[in-house]
Design a protein around this ligand. Sequence first.
Ligand SMILES: [Zn+2]
Length: 211
Amino acid sequence: MPRTLPGVDAAKRTPVVPLEAGAGPDNPPCPACGEPLFGWLGERSGLAGPVSRCESCGLGVVGAPGDAGEALRELDRRGDAKGAAIDNRAGFAAWLGGAGWAGLEPDARYLFTPESVRRLVAGRDQVVASTRWSPIRGIGVMWQTILNSATFGHNVAVGEPVRAGKRWQRRIDWLVVVALAIPAFVIAAPLELAGAAFRRGSAIALRFELL
Ligand SMILES: [Zn+2]
């Protein structure tokens, strides 16, 4: 029986594959950093398609990925050439909420993270000069994310609502919002503060500077 060196054998069994090798028709490249995108959430009402995410920079993409130019245009709609305000897909609320994350707005194509924004603006010779947590917006996102876990619809209280299909469900949703508004806030505020302390705030304002 032929013998191989133990190290060689181990290397054969656990090949080190760069992330790029995962790219293919099912894993198109991330518009921000070029690494392959992986499935995150299936199709759901109110969204244009299934949602994929980049394991490297964290960008989320709804439907077909498009290119950096398209992602930058959407980013610019959240601010101007000098900065942008994003709901952070790398934030605590997105992690906790998954499909119930309030940042999943019906018209969203790209779900940004500070790192994906840094990669995108680098393509037009800009650097992110500062990132700042937006406490009021952040607590609002966390609050609505918690409410989403108890309602049929999505973002019924704040943001762009996706209302439940049936009338009785919409009525229950409003009752839930009224009943849980204060308890959800009592939970949301400390959770969001804790997230921000770990640099996982749910809403981030970024300022850009030219290189
Ligand atoms: Zn990426």
